[in-house]
Structure formats: structure tokens, C-alpha cells
Design a protein around this ligand. Structure first.
Ligand code: ANZ
Ligand code: ZN
Length: 877
């Protein structure tokens, strides 16, 4: 240990030692796997060329937990990978027309990987994976074939964005707001085109039901988002015959009880019924409208309903209500989506807000058929023609359940009962029945972008669609694709790629030119970490059985919805093809908040980003303050889930704290080291995992302890208890606060090292050892240096088998307090409490105290004033 703290020097030293001793290299094999495991995962990184502070935060949180678990004796897997076909990487390559995209990716990987190593993050680098490498994406293609065999993959036409100028398909992600081509700015068009889909909806029910298993370990917000995306909806379908036609229109409704109030049928612009329209001026109007709606949709980034003003046209067709026999017009409108339910609705303006708005605009009738159930109202509200006038004047839709009116023999029933009975009736009469639909859609995995894993399919004129045989995998992505003018995917005019022979009949055939969505890569990547070099399978089943599911995943909220839903789906699929034995891949999920910074000239805190100019380069921070200070500051600044407002004073404070701790260790290390050698020779405690503990334990008569020693000892054990507990609850920031308090207690320990008694040395040594061990998850380089200075020379904390400190429960207990109790300002008694005793508990204890009660005889309590940890004052009359 040097006298002065030079972060860069000790950081370089320990990173070298960790590399040499393989400190973070996860053990495999039977011996290691007899130990309890902990799989700590953060999201992959896009190799964008620089490290972002948000990533730094996430990796520092993960590393803190990984260190803690290692010190607790777990066999810890903390791996790292590159999402190198991920959207930003792809976008950059496409926009810059980067023909050397692959080399650039490898350069970025080397550069950012170097920054992560410089930060000292304890990844097992031997397991590093990158999704753009053929040895990885080969397995994406393998999974594709497995799913194809099982009927989980199918092909159908679906719209893509198309740039008419560049004559190319635009990846959906790249079609920016307003629908312009990212290359030339021309307005994008939509074209129908055959694309590949995974039947994720086959797992919708299970994706929802299994959420029970993860309920405890996932944030409520994420659970809600998943539920909402799956979007289970229970209702009924009803078939409405079209007048003068064989056709029927099927609608999905959650409110079949309102069917007597239906005054129109409204279909989506893509509805097949529209093909049936007779040649007529009306047909022209309808088709013009349909074209307009489709164009508007193409121009919008999302397909969310309700964003646009409602619009529609009358088709001239009529449909017949199978309950009432009433006829109603068929409209086409922009607020009905083809993908949901049956792609058509019965419009009930009186009871649905969307329909109400639509009816207002186009003067459709409003028929009220549900009344509020009122308490006074004993009888059923009467149902005469006057009801109609009344309902026409409804200021808005009445959307609640109630009692049916104007509904023939169903009148007088409660909505809940009618919903059940009317669906059963529809089923009995063969024009409908109960139905469950999901908002979730099948997953379109076709991409026409610059880079990605080629879909392993050959198109043969004779045999049709033929899968590439497994032994021919991987189908390697040609790296020199031209983005423009291919008329298709960028690969379409690369003859060497496209032209091939049919695996079945050996005649000339064409390769599929689409690539797989990069979400495929990330859906299973963490399983690959268990066995990253496997050449015969995506991973070995036994290895995965040991390591997975993931014990703790740390993933930003931007990944919480789509990525995790796909990862959950993928795991269930892998279970069904026999690779794993469970269906939920992630036990616990932490979603760190954004790292924000002031945007100059606006006074606004926004997530750091290069375009906003409010990003901070982690590399520069490391140069100025050291990796430990950066790591400590990003964890200390806020609870993990919260926004982290970046300030340079934060990292300055962290550096000052580390320097203080370091200086204290330096001041004492000579005295303590000697003492350590003389007396203890390190007890070797065997812990439950059978590994020797390097934590020093002293046998000494506590009677020799002075007040200062006693109080420092107590502080040490209280800190161990608190920090250990905080780790359980992922409250990393408050555990750092506790370590700061312990450091302060050391600072207050006024004995000089050369005047210290053996007892003094023992408590200081114990405190410093505990501080080093508990600081290791946050500032591992300083921690290693302190630990070594205390005489532990076995090649570092982990190589030396150091263990998380144990707390002495008796010592950890908070000191007892005596709280005075006053009655009307006069001291009348004392009660026992701890600093944690709540106000309510203090109030109750004071009122229950015997002496106090004796003084209260015959008086009435007006109020009780409680000052926590200090005083209770009872005011009486
Ligand atoms: C008639 C009705 C009357 C409805 C009423 C609601 C209230 P959730 O709960 O989200 O599943 N709907 C059905 N298919 C649709 C589509 N393709 N595009 C737009 N809207 C559609 O919503 C189900 C309700 O959404 C259905 O119930 C239908 O309107 C509408 F008083 O049918 B309802
Ligand atoms: Zn063929």
C-alpha cells in the first residue's frame, strides 16, 4: 500500500491481478456445481462505439450484487454479450451505408469492451458472446427450423414500408415518424409482402397464467405492462348476416348485453367484406376512404388506436341483428382494427365511448338499453318509445354495467347475467358464442434490413418453401450488401448469396433474403452464456439446468416489455422442445431508472444522450476520479429504480470518501498488520460451502475493552447487519450510506495507532476488514488494496477465498434508549426503546407505563406529543 491514494495505479494493479487469478471466471464442472449458484445478468450492449452512463449504472449495480454473492460463497455467473445485430447498430450501418459494418462492429466491441474492463466490472470474459457472429446466430436459425417443424412458424403477407425512390424495403424500425425513408427522405409507402411469423399467440394463455410465478420478483409496473400487452379479453362473438347476401359479419364484443342498442356494424378498412361491394359510386367512395386510412396508418409510427380523429363511410350494405331482427347500416371506419377480435364491431353509441363519438359525427341513432341500477328503484324502469328521445340527448356514453331495458325478453336482467345468458343463447342458435381474445399478436420476425441472421429457407419453383438442412447451418450473412435499389432486401441482388440449389430436388433455387428480427437474438442469449462455445447445440442441457433460471436480471425499462415477453415465450418454446424444464426464465427483475443530466440552457433534466449534448463520457470520469469513484457515485446517488441525476459533485464526494478510507487504512495498516501476524494467523472457518473463510476472528476478553472500543465494535456489527439486509432488498444506495457512517466512526476513533492497546487494535482491525469486504461490491480496487494492507496476501479477496463478514446478533442490536415521559411538562416516568421504535409504539408504551398511569388517575388525555428518540409529553385536563 502506498501512502497516497492514486486510483489509476491501484486500479491497474488489481485489474491485472484479477485477470491473472481468474477472479471472475465462473467455475463449471461437478465440484463447482455442487455449490449454490447465482446467475446475475444485465442486458447486452449495442456496440455503438462508446460506453453510455446508463450502461455504466446497470453494470455497476449488477457487479455489486455479483461481488456480494461471491463473497457469500455462491458460484456466480456474471456474463456479458453484444447485441451486435441490434437496432441501433443496424440503423447506423444502413444510414452510413457502411460496407465495412462487420469490421466496424468488431472495432467497437474491442473499444467498449476495453472501457468496461477499465471500469473493473467483474464479467467472465471467457463467456463473452456477440450476436452478429455466425457461431451465435447459427442457433437462431436452428431454433427457426425447430419451430417450423412444430408449426410455430408460418408465412403470410403483411405490409412493409417501401421507399419508391430507393426501391427498397425499409425496416419498420427505420421508418421514422411521418413515414419517411431514412436514406433519402421520400415519403414511405406500404406494400404487401410475404413475411415470416412466429405463432407467439399460441402461448398467450400461458404467458398470462405463468405470471403468478414471477409476481414476487418483478416490479409491478412491468407485470402490468406484460399483462396489458397480452391483453386477455373475455367476451363473445356474434355473426350478423348481410342483407341480400350470403355473407356474414362476425363481431367481437365484451358487451353482448348491449346488442339491442347496436345501431351500426363497423368494419376495419382491410375487412374482406369490402371486396363484396357491387360496382357503384358508393364503392368508389369506400375504396378512396380505405386507401386514405391505409396511407395514414403507414405514416404513423405506432398502430395504437384512438390517436386519430374518428372517420368512416357508409358502405351501403345492411346487416341484420340476430337477436332483434333489426337491420342496421354497415360502415367502414378508421377506429376499428383488422388485427383485433374479428376486425369488426357492433357499434353501440349509447354505451361505448368510441361508438358514441362516431355516432355524434355521422348522426347515427343512439339507443339506450342499459339503465343504472338505483337503490330506491324497486321496479324495472319502463321501456316505451319516449326512452329513445331521452337517450338521443345523452351527453356521453353510459359504459357501466346496469339493468337491461328496451331489450325484448332480456329486459330487466342485470348486465352480468345477460352477458352470460345471451352468449349461451347465441351459441345454442348457432350465430355466436363465448370467446376469449388476446391483444397480443403473432411476432413478425422478417426483417429486410442491412444486417441480421439470414432466415434459413430456400424458395424452389418445384418444391416451394424448403428449409435449409440442419447440417448446412449457418447460412452466413453476406457482408457486402448494397442497401439501395435491390427492390427487396439488400441481399436480393447478391447473386452468390441468392442463387443456390434446392435441398430437395437439387434444381436451381433462390435463398430467402429476409433476416431475423434482432429480438430473436436477445430472447435466448442468456442461455448461451451457460455454454458459449458449444458447437453441437445451442447449449448443454445439464449446464443450463444448473445455471438457469436467471436469479437477478437488471434491465432498463425500455427492455421490460417486448424483450422480456419474447424471452418468456422463447423459454416456454425451449421447454416444449425439451431443452429446459421450466417456463419462466427470470426470477427477479430490477429496472434501473435513467441517468439524467441538465440540458444546457433549458434547466431540464433529461436522459443523457449525444444529440441533446447532455451526455457525460464515463471514460473521462475514470481518468479524472478513478473507476471506483465512478462506480460508487452512480450507485450512491439514488435508489436503483429511481432516476439518477448526474452531478459532478457526486463523483467528487465519492472520491473524497474513498481517499479518507484509504488514508485511514494507511495510517493503521502497519500497526494492524503486525498485530495480525503476531496473534491470529487467520482463523479458517469452514462455511456451509466447505470453503475456508479468510475473515479474521479473535479470541479476547471483552472486559479489556474501553468505551471507545466497545462503541466501535458495536458500530461495526450494526453496519454489517444493515448492509447485509440492504443487499437482500437491493437497496445498494443505503448500504453505502451505512458504510460512510462506519467510516465516520473510524474517523472518530481518536486513539493513535502507536498508542493503541491490543483491544483497540482488534476493534479497528475488525472494522477495517468489515469495511473492506463490504466496500468491495462498490469500490473493489480500494477494497482489495485495504484488504491486502491488513496482511491478506493470497492474491486478492476472491482468489484468497475471503467471505462476507458475519454479524454478532447481540452486538448488532441497536443500543437501548431511555425515553423520558412527561405529564404536562413534568417528568413522571421513563420507558425503554430503541432508535427504531415508532411514534405509535412510544405513545402506547408511555400510556401503559405504570408510574405514568398512577399520575394520570382521574385526568383526561387531551393529546400526546411524541419526539422520537427523545421524549413523550402527555397533555391532560
Ligand atoms: C360492443 C360494445 C358495447 C362494446 C359497449 C363495448 C361497450 P377490449 O375490452 O379491449 O377487448 N372492439 C372489438 N373489436 C374491435 C376492433 N377490431 N377494433 C376496435 N374495437 C374493437 O374491448 C372490446 C370491445 O372493443 C368490444 O366490445 C368492441 O366494442 C370493441 F357498450 O362491442 B364492444
Ligand atoms: Zn426443389
Amino acid at each position: 500500500m502506498d501512502e497516497k491514494y492514486f486510483p489509476l495505479k491501484i486500479e491497474e494493479k488489481w485489474q491485472r491481478v484479477w485477470g491473472e487469478t481468474g477472479a471472475f471466471e465462473t467455475e463449471s464442472g461437478r465440484d463447482a456445481e455442487a455449490r449454490p449458484k447465482f446467475f446475475c445478468l444485465e442486458t447486452m450492449s449495442y456496440p455503438s462505439g462508446f460506453l453510455h452512463m446508463g450502461q455504466v449504472r446497470s453494470y455497476c449495480l449488477g457487479d455489486a450484487l455479483a461481488w456480494h454473492k461471491r463473497l457469500q460463497g455462491f458460484n456466480v455467473l456474471h456474463p456479458f454479450g453484444w447485441d451486435s445485430f441490434g437496432q441501433p447498430a443496424e440503423q447506423e450501418a444502413a444510414i452510413t451505408q457502411d460496407a465495412q459494418a462487420r469490421e466496424r462492429t468488431e472495432e467497437n466491441i474491442a473499444h467498449v469492451g476495453g472501457q468496461l474492463k477499465r471500469l473493473g466490472i467483474g464479467f467472465d470474459w471467457r463467456r463473452e458472446t456477440a450476436t452478429h457472429r455466425p457461431d451465435y446466430y447459427k442457433w437462431n436459425q436452428w431454433f427457426f427450423l425447430r419451430m417450423l417443424e412444430r408449426g410455430l412458424i408460418y408465412r403470410r403477407t403483411s405490409p412493409v414500408s417501401w421507399c419508391p425512390k430507393d426501391e427498397t424495403v425499409l425496416p419498420n424500425e427505420q421508418t421514422q415518424e411521418g413515414g419517411v425513408c431514412p436514406l433519402c427522405g421520400t415519403a414511405a409507402e406500404k406494400r404487401e409482402r410475404g413475411q415470416w411469423f412466429i405463432r407467439t399467440t399460441a402461448y398467450a394463455e400461458e404467458l398470462l397464467a405463468d405470471m403468478e410465478e414471477i409476481e414476487a420478483g418483478w416490479p409491478d409496473g412491468v407485470l402490468a405492462m406484460q399483462r396489458n400487452r397480452i391483453g386477455r379479453s373475455v367476451g363473445a362473438y356474434v355473426d350478423f348476416p348481410v342483407r341480400d347476401s350470403e355473407a356474414k359479419v362476425r363481431v367481437f364484443t365484451t358487451r353482448i348485453d348491449t346488442i339491442y342498442g347496436a345501431t351500426a356494424i363497423v368494419v376495419a378498412a382491410e375487412h374482406p367484406l369490402l371486396n363484396e361491394l357491387e360496382e357503384s359510386p358508393l364503392k368508389e367512395r369506400v375504396m378512396a376512404f380505405v386507401t386514405r386510412v391505409k396511407a395514414e396508418r403507414a405514416g404513423r409510427a405506432s398502430n395504437a388506436p384512438g390517436e386519430e380523429e374518428k372517420a368512416g363511410v357508409n358502405t351501403g350494405l345492411f346487416a341484420v341483428n340476430p337477436f332483434s331482427g333489426e337491420q342496421m347500416p354497415v360502415w367502414v371506419a378508421n377506429y376499428v382494427r383488422i388485427e383485433y377480435g374479428a376486425g369488426a364491431v357492433m357499434a353501440v353509441p349509447a354505451h361505448d365511448e368510441h361508438d358514441f363519438e362516431f355516432a355524434q359525427k355521422y348522426s347515427l341513432p343512439v339507443h339506450r338499453v342499459i339503465e343504472r341500477v338505483s337503490h330506491e328503484q324497486e321496479s324495472i324502469p319502463h321501456t316505451d318509445a319516449a326512452g329513445l328521445d331521452q337517450s338521443a340527448a345523452m351527453p356521453h356514453a353510459f359504459t357501466e354495467y346496469g339493468i337491461l331495458v328496451n331489450s325484448a325478453e332480456w329486459g330487466g336482467k342485470l348486465s352480468q347475467d345477460a352477458i352470460r345468458e345471451m352468449a349461451a343463447y347465441a351459441e345454442e342458435k348457432n350465430f355466436g358464442g363465448g370467446a376469449v381474445t388476446y391483444r397480443m399478436r403473432d411476432w413478425n420476425i422478417s426483417r429486410q434490413g442491412f444486417r441480421g441472421a439470414p432466415i434459413p429457407i430456400v424458395h424452389c419453383d418445384a418444391c416451394g418453401i424448403v428449409p435449409v438442412p440442419e447440417q448446412d447451418l449457418p447460412v452466413v450473412l453476406p457482408e457486402q450488401a448494397e442497401f439501395k435499389g435491390a427492390g427487396e432486401s439488400p441481399r436480393a441482388n447478391i447473386a452468390e448469396f441468392v442463387n443456390t440449389s434446392c435441398p430437395k430436388c437439387e434444381r436451381a433455387a433462390r435463398r430467402e433474403t429476409d433476416t431475423l428480427d434482432a429480438f430473436v437474438d436477445s430472447s435466448w442469449h442468456f442461455f448461451r452464456y451457460c455454454d458459449p462455445a458449444n458447437n453441437a447445440a445451442p447449449f448443454d442441457k445439464a449446464r443450463a439446468a444448473y445455471w438457469t433460471p436467471v436469479d437477478q436480471y437488471i434491465a432498463g425499462t425500455e427492455h421490460a416489455l417486448t424483450h422480456l415477453l419474447y424471452a418468456r415465450f422463447w423459454t416456454k418454446m425451449m421447454r416444449d422442445i425439451g431443452l429446459v424444464t421450466f417456463g419462466e426464465p427470470v426470477r427477479n427483475l430490477l429496472t434501473p431508472g435513467a441517468v439524467t443530466n441538465l440540458v444546457e440552457g433549458t434547466g431540464e433534466w433529461r436522459a443523457m444522450s449525444k444529440p441533446l449534448g447532455n451526455d457525460v463520457d464515463p471514460g473521462e470520469m475514470i481518468e479524472s476520479f478513478g473507476a471506483d469513484a465512478l462506480r460508487l457515485s452512480v450507485i450512491f446517488a439514488a435508489p436503483p429504480e429511481n432516476e439518477l441525476r448526474w452531478t459532478e459533485t457526486g463523483i467528487e464526494g465519492a472520491e473524497r470518501f474513498l481517499r479518507r478510507v484509504y488514508n485511514f487504512a494507511w495510517r493503521w495498516h502497519a500497526a494492524l498488520k503486525e498485530w495480525g501476524e503476531l496473534t491470529t494467523a487467520e482463523h479458517t472457518l469452514a462455511d456451509s460451502s466447505g470453503i475456508a473463510s479468510g475473515y479474521s476472528v479473535f479470541e479476547i476478553d471483552k472486559a479489556d475493552f474501553g468505551d471507545a472500543a466497545r462503541s466501535l465494535e458495536r458500530k461495526t456489527h450494526q453496519t454489517i447487519a444493515r448492509v447485509t439486509q440492504d443487499f437482500e432488498e437491493l437497496r445498494f444506495n443505503t448500504s453505502i450510506a451505512a458504510l460512510m457512517e462506519l467510516a465516520n466512526a473510524l474517523g472518530d476513533f481518536k486513539v493513535a495507532p502507536d498508542a493503541a492497546t491490543p483491544a483497540d487494535k482488534i476493534v479497528v482491525r475488525e472494522a477495517l476488514e468489515a469495511l473492506a469486504l463490504m466496500l468491495a461490491p462498490f469500490a473493489p480496487h480500494v477494497a482489495e488494496e485495504m484488504w491486502e494492507s491488513l496482511g491478506h496476501t493470497a492474491g486478492g479477496l476472491l482468489a484468497g477465498g475471503a467471505r462476507w463478514p458475519q454479524t454478532d446478533a447481540g452486538l448488532a442490536r441497536k443500543e437501548a434508549l431511555e425515553i423520558p415521559v412527561q405529564i404536562n411538562g413534568k417528568l413522571r416516568g421513563r420507558i425503554q426503546a430503541t432508535p427504531d421504535t415508532s411514534e405509535d409504539e412510544l405513545r402506547e408504551a408511555a400510556l401503559a407505563d405504570e408510574k405514568v398511569r398512577a399520575h394520570m388517575e382521574g385526568r383526561q388525555v387531551v393529546k400526546v406529543i411524541v419526539i422520537p428518540q427523545r421524549l413523550v409529553n402527555i397533555v391532560t385536563r
